[in-house]
Design a protein around this ligand. Sequence first.
Ligand SMILES: [Zn+2]
Length: 468
Amino acid sequence: MLPPIAQGQKTPKLTACIAAVAIAISSIPAQAQQAKGPSVLRDTETEQLLRDYTRPILRVAGLEKQNIQVVIINDSVFNAFVADGHRIFVNYGALMQSATPNQIIGVLAHETGHLAGGHLAKLHAQLAQAQTQMIIAMLLGAGAIVAGGRSGNSNGGLANAGAAALSAPGEVIRHTLLAYQRQQEENADLAGVKFLTATGQSPKGMYDTFKRFSDESLFAAHGADPYLQSHPMAPERVAALEGLARSSPYWDKKDDPALQLRHDMMRAKISAFMEREDTVYRRYPLSDTSLPARYAHAIATYRHGDLRSALAQIDGLIQVQPANPYFYELRGQALLEGGKPAEAIVPLRKAVQLSNNAPLIEMLLGQALVATDNKAYTDEAIAILRAAVTRETEAPLGFTQLAMAYGKKGDFAEADLASAQAAYLRGDNKTARDLAARAKTRFAIGTPGWVKADDIVVAKPPAGQKSN
Ligand SMILES: [Zn+2]
């Protein structure tokens, strides 16, 4: 798992999209209200599992060609939402709080229902209409006051109506949009259950999750929970969902044990990387010798304790699952962060091979090769990193390491360009422009490197970002 990184380039889109409908007060995910975008977690194992969860759903939803991605937000609170039509955002808290694959698959099916229904675009249209209604309401209100004033006190009732209309528009819009949002939620439930049935999966996990939030919403302070804000769980909605879900022929179907194990391994990993050490050991006491618990212990030991003990534990994991690429990745990461990059190379090569060249793992291997200070590795590092950044275009790590590799070769034009690309991906547009401008002076005009640098110098923020 890579350290959390603020994805300046992609999250402002999320912010802008929702900020435009900020007037729909209750529908804004908490993160979207922050000035800086939330940070994103990158981990091949978790992302692969989420892809396996979403792929069948997207297929039956007719969205398999849209390249829809699940983005994991670095937030321990339960939340999941769509914001831009081609990404589903899931807080790691939602993964931690889903005890079974089926529970989180149900949430993903519901979010896919929002995507398939084009709800965001429709919300924008609805908002435009609501604004029109507000203007009409204000005009009517003003007209009524004028009318009331002209006729003296004889028509006071109408004047009061005008005053009420003037103060009401915000509320009118709120209610209109809330009603509309509730309708969207019901439609997404309906679509979600349909997708689950079409893929032979139980809707029980989805129902259980929403029922839990509906019950909690009875006790929670109004608007306290971000998931309830983004997906209002009216009791009628949950009742309707229950009827629908229980009629599914797959209601009682259980998760495949192998998938459950992958799910448990993912949760153990997230806990061990993201939570406090004492929390990790409370969730996974040392007396627990299950594979997920041992995974959590090994990660917690490398992060907080002794590298040698961590390596011994990881070797124990490898003995149980010798073809699991993520155990070798962990071994490499532990060695790399423990200041032993040369020793990290062998396990990282194995992890790259077993994962079919997962680009995030290739970036770690590239990092290890660069960190050895062995110039014999530099060209190999550059080749691996270039291949990785072509397939994984949003992780700054690949470009950061490329910049270091080029720096070691004395190729400062390429080093500046790669540094500019890394800064651009971090959302640091000023640094990106400055570095790209310097790179331009180092490349011959019109060469591919010069063109790429020029692209960054003249790059405008993505369309959605302009309004920010
Ligand atoms: Zn929803």
